[in-house]
Each structure stands twice: as C-alpha cells, then as structure tokens.
Write a protein that binds this ligand. Structure first.
Ligand code: TRP
Length: 334
C-alpha cells in the first residue's frame, strides 16, 4: 500500500478564486486524477489562523468546494472534504507539535511575512501552521503533494517531521517522505496591472485579476485594460526580457490554450497588443466562463455542496482512523 502514489493537496477557503488559482493549482488537480488516487481538502482550520468572519468562512468553504467541482474534480473518484470535519487532522497536528522543532518553525519565511514586525502578537496557530499542514499530508500517508513554490518550504518541513517521527520511534518508513509535484512548463500568473506581482485576491484593483466567476464582458474589459508596453510582440522569448506585462499576457495565453511558448510566439510575433488581447479574451471566455457559470449554479444548491463534503469526509475519516490507530500504537497511546 505505502508504495502506491497518493496525492494530497489543500486549498484555503478564500472565496473568489481567480485565474492564478485555476492555472496554478486546480487544473493540475484535475489532471492528476487520471492516474492517481487524490485527496483534495478545503483547509478551514488553516484559514482560522487569521480571524475570519464566521458566515464568510462557511460561504467560502462551500465556494471553494464549488470551484473544485466546477473545475472538473470528480467527487466519485477523488476525496473532497473540509479539514475540520475529520478530527484526525488536529490530533496528528498535536502529536507533530511534539516532534517538530522550534528551530525549524523559526525558519519558516511565510510565518515571518505573515507575523510582521511584532511576532509577540502573532497567534500560536500561525506559528504551528506548518505542523498542521504536515499532519494533513501524513494523516493519509500521502506520497505526493502538488504545491506552488510558496509552499515548498512547508513541504520540506513535512518531510523533516516524517523522517524524525520514523527515526524517533524506529518505525521504518511508516510515514513516506512526501514529494512536491511542481508543475513544469507553467508560469506564475501575474497581476494584469503589474507584471512583476503575483495575481492575487488581495490586490485592491479587481482589474488586476480574472476571477473564475467573471462574465465574458468583464473578461474583455479587464484584458483590454491590462497593462502593456508600446513595442510589438517579438519573435523570441529573450526579447521579452524586461517586458513583464507582455510576457505575462503571452504566458496566460499559452497556459489557457495549452500551447507551447514557441507556438504562441509564432502566432503573435509582430502583432499589436490589440490583436493579442482579443485572442486572449476569446480563449479565457472559452475556458473560464463555463467554470464560472457552473460555480454560480452550484452555489445555488448549498445542500448539495454540503453533502459532497460530508460524503468526502466519511471516506477520508476511514483512512485517517486506520492510520491514526497505528500512530497511537507506535507512540504508546492506549
Ligand atoms: N498551506 C497551503 C496554502 O496556503 C494550504 C495547505 C494546507 C496545504 N494543508 C496542505 C497544501 C497540505 C498542500 C498540502 O497554500
């Protein structure tokens, strides 16, 4: 069993997922289902490391679930559930709090960024966040984790925890050392207003991003307004150096159409941005609008979404409990 590939990933329940979330994560989650067993978790317990409005948290958990389904994650094939519905996540996280080291957590750059200058005031949950993430992954003894580059340090910590647990309790390879699955040939989706910044939900201007729920008109408007420069599209990638906005638009076009970059350059070389933008808008409307429509439809039926999560949690619970029983025995809990 433990040699088999098992994919796990978590997504925070922030509502309003955008093109960056889709191309960077969801699209890959969908294709991984083809030949792997996959578990996709809405990590509501990670979300509460930042104070949440309770009603928004509920709404966002359901909306993230809707995004999973609308993107093509199949709940009959993969397990979709919310983290807090399977209590093994917190139980294993506690056990990992007793394995993981303060020195390891002190190195986490995301904590440093999020805690800001006054670390004394940060909540403890934010600090041990990576231990909970390790618990998410290892509760199922998962072997592969699709993550963005911002999460690779946390994944390394998960490996360190797995290794230390195996060593401390001399239990062989009880926990696999989970490997990152980093998407090749895909680039970060950057802001439409600033090609050096990641497309983000938190950027103030909505013109900086394409939301999955945007209408065709909104997409056309946003792409039309997207920042560019005054030169035409060159014939080689090298000539895009120092032109982050042009590069970002061509990358988006490539990723949405599933083309290669050289084909995109062949098609676009010498063209004006107005032409490029029309083509990008068409491709986005074709790919993103059906997903957005589906998300909106699904959000009309919350009972259905809750039921998907409930059934997923039941399946996850069975696997979690089987592994937790072994963990309890290994560490001496009766
Ligand atoms: N920390 C991840 C993020 O913010 C979310 C996450 C929680 C996760 N648990 C996980 C990702 C387990 C992969 C595996 O993106």
């Amino acid at each position: 069993m433990s040699e088999k590939k098992l994919v796990f990933s978590g997504v925070q329940p922030t509502g309003n997922l955008h093109l960056g979330n889709y191309l960077g994560a969801l699209k890959n989650f969908v294709s991984l289902q083809k030949d792997s067993k996959c578990i996709y978790c809405v990590v509501d317990l990670h979300a509460i490391t930042v104070l949440q409005n309770p009603n928004s948290l509920k709404e966002n958990t359901l909306e993230t679930t809707a995004c999973f389904l609308a993107s093509g994650i199949n709940p009959d094939k993969s397990i979709i559930f919310n983290q807090s519905a399977v209590s093994g996540h917190t139980e294993l996280a506690w056990i990992f709090n007793c394995i993981s080291k303060i020195g390891w957590l002190n190195r986490m750059t995301q904590f440093k960024d999020k805690a800001g200058s006054d670390k004394e005031k940060a909540n403890v949950g934010l600090y041990v966040y990576p231990n909970l993430m390790a618990a998410d992954i290892l509760l199922y003894r998962s072997t592969h984790v699709p993550v963005g580059s911002d999460q690779t340090q946390h994944l390394e910590l998960s490996r360190d925890i797995a290794q230390k647990f195996n060593n401390d309790f001399k239990c062989g390879n009880f926990f696999p050392l989970p490997e990152p699955l980093i998407q090749k040939n895909i680039s970060r989706v950057m802001s439409l207003r600033d090609g050096t910044k990641k497309m983000s939900k938190s950027e103030e201007s909505d013109y900086s991003r394409i939301n999955l729920k945007d209408s065709a008109e909104e997409i056309v408007k946003k792409i039309k307004k997207a920042k560019t420069d005054s030169a035409p599209i060159p014939g080689s990638e090298k000539e895009l150096d120092g032109r982050p906005e042009a590069l970002n638009l061509l990358n988006i076009y490539r990723d949405v159409t599933g083309n290669t970059f050289s084909n995109v350059l062949n098609e676009m070389s010498g063209k004006e941005f107005s032409y490029v933008k029309t083509k990008i808008s068409e491709a986005l409307i074709d790919q993103i609008c059906p997903i957005g429509k589906k998300i909106k439809e699904l959000m009309e039926d919350k009972a259905f979404l809750k039921n998907v999560l409930k059934k997923g949690a039941e399946k996850a619970q069975l696997q979690a409990e089987e592994n937790l029983k072994k963990v309890r025995d290994i560490i001496g809990l009766i």
